[in-house]
Design a binder for this molecule. Structure first.
Ligand SMILES: [Zn+2]
Length: 397
């Protein structure tokens, strides 16, 4: 390679500065027109047009109507680096999770990589993954094999802190449907109440909580319990999330709950069926080597108060699915102070504030520099993969 790593690093910084304003405009236009998960048609068009106009090969409407893939560089010419991009918003509060900026950082990082890819070979991808907040577009992309040839996935989520990523919980969404027999309320002995069975199951699953391990959660609601007080309900339904640090544990909790639901149904002369009613989310496999590399770039770019990897899982994310296919990091970048809560209008406003604009350029630079290091230093890339393979093997065991 004639172009040294230092020259590539300088090129990245230049390219970020040259293209910052035009990506800022994209981020702002998404802020002005927030769309819910799966309905991000405007964002899809604005982002894919921008990428096409900026030298990427773009496949629109990929896997999902609002999914897309943009690539730069020759296939099979070296490592493939992916920057997943999110762009879905929330009801009423718009881009309160900052996914407009999330997507912008990925686009700008990929654009900045072009001059590097020309020198090193390899490919850079922007994977447009819709609906993080609802059905988890990344899971669909993973299922469709879009990440199969990806060596490394890098992304940054805007928030109140600079950070190197966090564990997330596996989530198994299970629906229980109880079937009994209708009867007049005054002749209940002629029927069997599905509602009784559902309430008994709900109570029994409440007892299950005593036996949960650390960082495991059960949340459930009664979604159907009959319609008229004078009718013995023939149908009732419960919806649950079973969350745990690993999918194996979440499935174990589910098994326990199924047993309880079946016992409750039998006790009430009913039957029960269970199904997965939303997309299950795997936990995130963290990559410490990637975190180390991101930290070094954050520090070099002058960011402070960088939070180490948070190993205490809180929510669940579809990033987990990607993290099972290739070494993955989702760091965070600060756009506002601690008193701003996630999923708020204030968070949305911060994405287009001066701090948001700074996060766009610093974040894109950091991601592109990590990617560049991996292209120039195959040993580092291998170290990330070794860690990934080891953790995946442990988790599959
Ligand atoms: Zn988010």
């Amino acid at each position: 390679m004639k172009q040294s790593q230092q020259q590539s690093r300088d090129l990245i910084k230049e390219a970020v500065m040259t293209n910052a304003i035009s990506v800022q405009n994209v981020v702002r236009s998404l802020y002005d027109r927030p769309e819910l998960g799966g309905e991000e048609y405007y964002a899809h068009d604005v982002m894919t047009d921008w990428l096409q106009n900026n030298g990427f090969d773009v496949t629109k409407n990929l896997v999902m109507p609002t999914g897309y893939l943009a690539s730069y560089g020759k296939e099979n010419s070296g490592p493939v680096i992916a920057f997943p991009a999110e762009y879905d918003a929330l009801p009423d509060i718009g881009h309160g999770c900052g996914h407009n900026l999330f997507g912008g950082i990925s686009m700008l990082a990929a654009k900045a990589m072009q001059g590097v890819i020309d020198a090193t070979g390899g490919q850079v991808l922007v994977v447009g993954t819709p609906a993080e907040e609802t059905f988890g577009g990344k899971i669909e992309m993973v299922k469709a094999g879009i990440f199969d040839n990806v060596d490394i996935a890098l992304m940054l989520h805007p928030g109140t802190k600079n950070g190197l990523g966090a564990a997330s919980l596996a989530l198994n969404p299970v629906k229980f449907e109880f079937y009994g027999k209708n009867a007049h309320g005054c002749r209940a002995f002629e029927g069997a109440s599905a509602l009784d069975a559902a309430v008994l199951a709900f109570t029994s699953i409440n007892f299950q909580r005593q036996y949960l391990k650390k960082d495991c959660y059960i949340h459930g609601v009664i979604t159907d319990g009959g319609n008229a007080a004078n009718v013995i309900p023939a149908y009732a339904a419960l919806e649950y999330y079973f969350r745990a640090p690993s999918m194996a544990e979440a499935l174990q909790m589910t098994e326990d709950a199924i047993r309880r639901a079946e016992a409750a149904a039998t006790a009430c002369g009913c039957t029960v069926e269970h199904s997965i009613y939303e997309c299950p989310y795997g936990e995130t496999l963290l990559n410490e080597k990637l975190a180390e590399l991101l930290q070094a770039e954050f520090v070099a770019l002058g960011l402070d108060e960088i939070q180490p990897i948070n190993y205490t899982p809180r929510g669940s994310t579809d990033v987990g699915a990607v993290s099972y296919v290739c070494p993955t990091i989702q760091g965070s970048i600060k756009i506002c102070e601690d008193d701003v809560v996630g999923h708020s209008k204030e968070m949305a406003a911060a994405t287009i504030s001066p701090a948001g604009n700074k996060a766009l350029t610093v974040g894109a630079t950091a991601l592109a520099l990590v990617a560049t290091k991996l292209l120039y230093e195959p040993d580092l890339l291998q170290a990330c993969k070794d860690e990934f393979n080891k953790k995946k093997a442990e988790s599959d065991a």
